[in-house]
Design a protein around this ligand. Structure first.
Ligand SMILES: [Zn+2]
Length: 442
């Protein structure tokens, strides 16, 4: 029986991966491509399509599975169906081959996020075929713009709001099941995102009157930018704070951390100590407790023997909840001023709320993980450092969870938006069981 399931599951996901659904960065999606993908979904999951009312928003989908009637607020499950581009270079198997080899299924979107979409719809389709009807309404959302403009999630959540629909819980992609998620935490943990950092893109400009390279003065624009970046690299420009969700995460890790665990298990009482220590434990630990900035692009100067009148760098800033967007912009602006650098905001993302890790949504995930992934040691809340469509659903829900029920390795984690994206075949059945549990117990 399980052999049949396994075979059927991997073939379905492989077909979804083989259909290239790269979204257009400017929002001009090729609708034929997405329509063909929707047809494939209907073919693979006919029962849930028959059971639901379906509404399309410029290629993004919203399905409503009507419940038997209950005064409980509905629940939403979401996973997007667009993917980021992939060149052929460096891939063991072509990115849109959906190749099944080495105990894995390979290709762009296996993890981000067709794997999640497949598992969610597969579970729902099986339940519908068995005649199951949920008690309360279950909605499914799948956008075709998650990797680009987020237009689909924005439009759908606004439409729901305008139509008076509120959810008790929303479940999107996000964290996964990881072994040793931070150095020293020697266990297997379901990393369950309860919020996400907001993203701000900034331009830093240094100006001068120019001049000839033969008689340079001090502190020319490129030098000032260099000093500024070195300063930000060395100093703690942003506030460090252990948020309650991160404290709780550390408490979950503590029993698996050996002697260090004895300190970490008192995280709630020792926050000043941990706030001092965590930024030194590497990039991942640092990103958990503070706003970060990465300098990603630079320019200035066009001629080798002329001092530029203007030089610039661009920074990708991910803001902590405790300092927020405004506070983080103010902090980096103070640092820039020291070097006579102007700051402008290029793009400023949505700020997400934080879901209560003692609430009904987190508890349901915990139960479902315990039932379907028995070798997971604990569920740990954390704050996602990348942006997901879930942030738009704060409009219609107080509990937006970001988690995909797959066991993944460090290599697989890095393959998201990179090369050799793949998913282990033996994580497919538990993933469907997880969603079945979620839908039948919600
Ligand atoms: Zn994604």
């Amino acid at each position: 029986m399980d052999d049949n399931r396994q075979q059927q599951y991997q073939e379905a996901l492989s077909r979804m991966v083989r259909m290239e659904t790269v979204s257009d960065p400017d929002g001009n999606n090729d609708m034929d491509k997405f329509n063909r993908f929707h047809e494939l979904l209907k073919e693979l999951f006919p029962n849930i399509h028959n059971a639901c009312k379906i509404k399309e928003f410029d290629g993004s989908l919203l399905l409503r599975w009507k419940g038997t009637g209950s005064d409980k607020l509905p629940v939403l499950f979401m996973n997007h169906h667009d993917v980021v581009p992939a060149g052929e270079d460096g891939w063991k198997y072509p990115p849109f081959s959906g190749e099944i080899a080495e105990g894995k299924i390979w290709g762009r979107g296996t993890l981000d996020d067709k794997g999640g979409l497949w598992a969610m719809l597969q579970a729902a389709d099986e339940l519908a075929a068995e005649g199951f009807v949920p008690e309360r309404d279950i909605y499914f959302e799948s956008a075709c713009t998650e990797e680009t403009t987020a237009h689909g999630a924005d439009m759908i959540s606004q439409w729901l709001k305008d139509n008076g629909v509120r959810f008790e819980m929303v479940f999107d992609e996000g964290g996964a099941i990881l072994h040793e998620p931070i150095g020293g935490a020697k266990g297997t943990f379901a990393m369950v995102g309860v919020g996400e950092k907001s993203i701000v893109n900034l331009k830093f400009t240094a100006r001068s009157r120019g001049g000839h390279a033969s008689t340079p003065g001090k502190n020319t624009p490129l030098v000032r930018l260099g000093k500024f970046m070195a300063y930000v690299d060395k100093h703690q420009v942003f506030e460090v704070k252990l948020a309650p969700a991160i404290t709780e995460m550390l408490m979950q890790f503590a029993p698996y951390m050996g002697r260090l665990g004895k300190v970490v298990e008192k995280a709630d009482k020792l926050s000043p100590l941990l706030e001092a220590a965590l930024p030194k434990l590497g990039a991942t630990a640092n990103a958990l407790v503070t706003t970060t900035i990465a300098f990603t692009m630079a320019g200035g100067g066009e001629t080798v023997n002329v001092i530029p009148m203007e030089a610039w760098v661009i920074g990708d800033m991910r803001c902590s909840h405790h300092q927020g967007k405004e506070g983080s912009i103010a902090a980096i602006t103070r640092a820039a001023k020291k070097f006579d650098i102007e700051v402008s905001v290029l793009d400023s993302g949505y700020e997400s709320g934080i879901t209560d890790y003692n609430g009904s949504a987190f508890s349901l995930v915990k139960e479902a993980v315990r039932e379907t992934f028995p070798d997971v040691d604990a569920c740990a809340p954390y704050i996602v450092t990348g942006a997901s469509d879930a942030r738009y659903f704060d409009r219609v829900c107080d509990q937006c969870i970001r988690f995909m029920p797959f066991k993944i390795s460090d290599q697989q984690m890095e393959s998201i938006h990179g090369i050799n994206e793949c998913l282990d075949l033996d994580t497919l059945i538990p993933a469907v069981d997880y969603y079945r549990y979620m839908m039948t117990h919600a």
